[in-house]
Design a protein around this ligand. Structure first.
Ligand SMILES: NC(=O)c1ccc[n+]([C@@H]2O[C@H](COP(=O)([O-])OP(=O)(O)OC[C@H]3O[C@@H](n4cnc5c(N)ncnc54)[C@H](OP(=O)(O)O)[C@@H]3O)[C@@H](O)[C@H]2O)c1
Length: 309
């Protein structure tokens, strides 16, 4: 376990080693992503952040707040509906153009998504919309931006369910026939780690971190559900869970640490909330049986199908 005091000390020392860092944040308009972006803005003397989200107007006051947090920061918002693969491809091209010739990305931080309580919701790509945000889209961002990640410490962080890998339905990787909240949680936790395993082999100079943030009081459940269920989540369940949940601010500090600490600089990491690397028996077996390649090939088939639509 990495103690929060260690996290804070390391983050505070970033200013001594990094005058500037460039990060791309996807899903940082609220919750864990926003808290990590704020920690990044505070700790890096001249931070450069490109924030991708679906509504720029809704983020205007937060953009002002970031500029107040660090007047030397450079914060750019790019508006895109990143539930669709074609949009991700387009916004990645915009990111690369904005970076300019020599600039590299030090951190790609992905925390977009919601939990669907309405069953499978197929979008225009033929993908389940919530899975596309939480899984496929993150892999696509990483794949597209890979050549633009800094060879010196560059890394990708995906906030989902590291360490919670479970059995996958091997003949239904996309869960077209067997969708459920529980199965999708375990299936895409496993596939996230295995996709990162593939990328880490392809790019051994980079770090790929799939992390479980723990229970965090961000209002995710209440925002994800609608109707009476949403009401119950917002006004009954979340206030109770909030008594046990971590605060986004502290989790954001931890996420910044995982995104910058030298101990995760290269390789594929499946991390628990406290920074401890995990490899359960199920994951070990999939790794030994070469499932990283099978999952990667599946991802590519899904992307080809999505962009052809
Ligand atoms: N909070 C927890 O306890 C917890 C526990 C385990 C895992 N996680 C995972 O951690 C990640 C971040 O969670 P969080 O609590 O920070 O969530 P959050 O506060 O709800 O933030 C989610 C982000 O995803 C974006 N998003 C949601 N629906 C979208 C859509 N349809 N299209 C485009 N963007 C969309 C939101 O953008 P808008 O502002 O535009 O809505 C926001 O930036 C999620 O994948 C979640 O499953 C969270």
């Amino acid at each position: 376990m990495v103690a929060i005091s260690e996290v804070r000390a390391a983050n505070a020392a970033l200013k001594n080693t990094h005058e500037t860092l460039t990060a791309v944040f996807v899903g940082a308009t609220s919750g864990i992503g926003l808290a990590t972006l704020q920690a990044f803005a505070k700790q890096i003397p001249k931070p450069r952040a490109i924030i991708v989200g679906r509504k720029q107007a809704r983020f205007a006051s937060e953009l002002e707040h970031l500029k107040q947090l660090n007047p030397d920061g450079n914060f750019t918002f790019l508006e895109s509906d990143i539930a669709l693969i074609k949009n991700i491809d387009a916004v990645c091209q915009t990111i690369v153009a904005r970076l300019g010739d020599d600039a590299k990305i030090d951190l790609l931080f992905a925390s977009q998504g919601y939990i669907s309580f309405a069953g499978r919701e197929t979008n225009a790509d033929g993908l389940d919309n919530s899975i596309s945000l939480r899984y496929y889209g993150r892999v696509r961002f990483a794949q597209n931006l890979l050549p633009h990640l800094s060879p010196d410490g560059g890394r990708v962080v995906s906030v989902l369910a590291g360490g919670q890998e479970g059995k996958i339905l091997e003949d239904d990787l996309d869960l077209e026939r067997n969708y459920s909240i529980m199965q999708s949680a375990s299936q895409f936790a496993t596939m996230m780690t295995l996709s990162f395993d593939h990328l880490a082999v392809q790019s051994p100079q980079l770090g790929f971190i799939h992390v479980y943030p723990g229970l965090v009081s961000t209002g995710l459940l209440g925002r994800s559900a609608t109707g009476i269920l949403g009401y119950l989540f917002r006004y009954v369940l979340e206030p109770v869970l909030g008594l046990f949940a971590s605060k986004p601010g502290e989790v954001g500090e931890r996420m910044l640490y995982y995104g910058t600490s030298g101990q995760y600089a290269t390789g594929s990491w499946s991390l628990d909330w406290d920074g401890k690397a995990k490899e359960g028996e199920v994951l070990r077996e999939y790794r030994e049986k070469g499932w990283a390649e099978k999952v990667w090939e599946h991802d590519q088939r899904m992307f080809e199908r999505a962009v052809a639509k």
